[in-house]
Ligand binder design. Structure first.
Ligand SMILES: Nc1nc2c(ncn2[C@@H]2O[C@H](COP(=O)(O)OP(=O)(O)O)[C@@H](O)[C@H]2O)c(=O)[nH]1
Ligand SMILES: [Mg+2]
Length: 247
């Protein structure tokens, strides 16, 4: 089965790819690793498929591009080979129990680039995990934003997407986060009390969430302590055995 980690830069994709992969290997599974980041230097896992074998952001910078331009240019060049990547990853998935895909550091170079979209469309039913870290969750509207962003990932790349709070070892009051993320009715009731137009928008959006999407459960993960790894394994199993029902 194919598991893809998506999230903003620093949300913990690469660390989690290594830590969850090791957890699966220690449980006796065979695991294949895919690195799609042209700008990464060190990886905490041995990649079986690695875009840096074709192109790196640094070599493009040597041609005179700036850091952002080099990253975009690297995916423009990789686009010509997207079909070969789809075949390579599909083959790896046939050989291994799990294939873990670590996506580019900057999420937009994956979600907003044809390389990422075409790659994901070509793969056999990958499960995507959308990672967001606790530091972006301050106000009730932020919780609504995270739930919706997970849906937007689904909409953009067409894969079943599970939202996951990363780095939970860094938060003291996980219960507060859980309450806002797990209980949409509670979140909606809190948003109703927000006086701002932003609060009103969040209230309207969150009220419609149950109609828009099946009630996918949220994961709570730490790549440092391994918390939530058993739930992630269960979710991946359910995705493959019950055809995407992640309630
Ligand atoms: N405390 C803590 N730090 C983490 C965790 N996962 C990642 N980090 C740290 O967050 C930073 C960014 O992680 P990285 O995996 O490179 O993020 P990526 O850009 O999404 O691939 C690094 O300094 C990691 O050590 C976690 O579960 N707990
Ligand atoms: Mg990374």
């Amino acid at each position: 089965m194919i598991l893809t980690f998506i999230g903003t830069a620093g949300s913990g994709k690469t660390t989690l790819s290594g830590a969850f992969g090791r957890y699966l290997e220690e449980s006796g599974y065979s695991v294949g690793y895919v690195n799609l980041d042209t700008g990464v230097e060190d990886l905490p896992y041995p990649p079986d498929v690695d875009v840096r074998d074709d192109v790196t952001a640094w070599e493009i910078m040597e041609e005179g591009y700036g850091p952002n331009g080099a990253i975009v240019e690297s995916y423009d060049r990789l686009l010509q080979k997207v079909d070969a990547y789809v075949s390579g990853i599909t083959k790896l998935a046939e050989e291994m129990d799990y294939v873990i895909i670590d996506t580019p550091g900057q999420m937009e170079t994956f979600l907003f680039h044809e390389f990422g979209v075409r790659l994901m469309e070509g793969l056999p039913s990958p499960l995507t995990v959308y990672l967001f870290s606790p530091d972006i969750l301050k106000r009730p509207a932020d919780f609504c934003f995270s739930r919706f962003f997970s849906l937007m990932v689904d909409l953009r790349i067409g894969t079943t997407t599970a939202p996951a709070l990363s780095k939970i070892d860094t938060v003291e009051n996980l219960d507060r986060y859980r309450r806002f993320l797990d209980d949409i009715d509670y979140l909606t009731s809190r948003l109703k009390l927000e006086p701002s137009t932003q609060g009103l928008l969040a209230y309207r959006m969150c009220s419609s969430l149950p109609e828009l999407a099946p009630p996918t459960r949220v994961l709570y993960l730490s790549a440092v302590t391994g918390e939530g790894f058993d739930e992630l394994e269960t979710l991946a199993y359910e995705h493959y055995c019950t055809c995407g029902d992640l309630t």
